[in-house]
Design a protein around this ligand. Structure first.
Ligand code: BTN
Length: 324
């Protein structure tokens, strides 16, 4: 049923707002014309505006931008990611719901998404502001067969997928600040929180949490963060439909993840560096209570930051970096 509806939307959308005859749809989908009509009614319930004209057929006048399991599924061009979607209007944190679902054996590629979060989690136990309908707040459940030590590569991989999707869907030029912040015009617009449940040599599951400030106006960004956080709308003066944006992220994520699984981290590293924030520029690193000036040279095969100091090349694994 669902894939028929997906095909139906695809056929209507490729017609570029021209009418598509009921007979054509019924031949293509191998279902009766009255079944086509019923599908149209279902689409309307989810916010599609469809015009049906006798002897001409149907056309989509307007696609919905209401996030739901259905609207996300329809038109989603992935093979395994997002086949199972859990959408809620309000959650404390999509991470918590994703952990619960994973413990109950939710399949690899399950998505948990909310219109708002009341206790959004950032890295280092920080609070993540998740205003209703203004951004993308979602968690992806993965069951990768990699060693737990390689899990940080999933964060870097996710960052490249986000940067690709932002470049495709918007006019912004995203940069990735090591390890996992997406910056636009030197301000943070998205973050990634990777949590895993693992034994020493085996991952049970990984939850990749993604938060993106999309359609916040300036005043909707908390005052205390306005000097360092932003939204894509604020930087590009354009409001973006959320549903195709999420679908685009999922498509890029799946492609990038599949590539990582077949080719390893090397192509991801090249892509990451093409978006790298301040590569070749001065940064400061903190080692043994000492702050040294360094040049940020890129990332290592294991995802560590490579910095060149007076004492030579150093690799940094966690946040002892000052960017300004
Ligand atoms: C960070 O940069 O500190 C990471 C932010 C991650 C926020 C996302 S929003 C969806 C998911 N649910 C959460 O509670 N956090 C992540």
């Amino acid at each position: 049923m669902e894939s028929t509806r997906n095909r139906l939307i695809e056929l209507l959308e490729t017609s570029n707002h021209d009418y598509v005859s009921g007979q054509f749809l019924s031949d293509k989908l191998k279902i009766s014309r009255s079944a086509i009509w019923k599908h149209m009614k279902e689409l309307e319930k989810d916010g599609y505006l469809i015009e049906g004209v006798r002897r001409k057929g149907y056309r989509i006048v307007k696609s919905p931008d209401k996030v739901s399991e259905n609207t996300l599924h329809w038109g989603l061009k992935t093979n395994w990611l997002g086949k199972n979607i859990i959408h809620k209007t309000t959650l404390d944190s999509t991470q918590n719901t994703a952990h619960d679902a994973a413990r109950e054996n939710a399949e690899h590629g399950t998505i948990v998404i909310a219109d708002e979060q009341t206790k959004g989690k950032g890295r280092m136990d920080r609070f993540w502001h998740s205003t209703k309908h203004k951004g993308i707040w979602m968690s992806i459940i993965l069951r990768p067969s990699i060693l737990p030590v390689a899990a940080p590569q999933l964060t870097l991989l996710t960052a490249t997928a986000l940067a690709d999707a932002i470049s495709e869907e918007t006019t912004a030029a995203p940069k990735i600040k090591w390890p996992n912040d997406i910056m636009i015009n030197n301000k943070k617009t998205a973050g990634i929180l990777t949590e895993l449940q693992a034994e020493q040599d085996r991952i049970h599951y990984v939850i990749v949490g993604i938060g993106i400030n999309v359609n916040h106006s300036f005043s909707e960004i908390p005052e205390t963060l306005q000097h360092k956080a932003t939204s894509i709308k604020r930087e590009t003066e354009t409001e973006y439909p959320i549903v195709p944006f999420i679908q685009c992220i999922l498509q890029h994520f799946e492609q990038t993840y599949d590539r990582y699984m077949t080719e390893g981290f090397s192509p991801i590293r090249t892509k990451w560096e093409s978006y790298g924030y301040k590569i070749g520029e001065k940064i400061k690193i903190r080692t043994n209570y000492k702050v040294s000036e360094a040049i940020f040279r890129g990332i290592a095969e294991d995802g560590a930051l490579i910095a060149e100091t007076e004492e030579g090349i150093q690799t940094i694994y966690s946040g002892e970096v000052e960017w300004n």
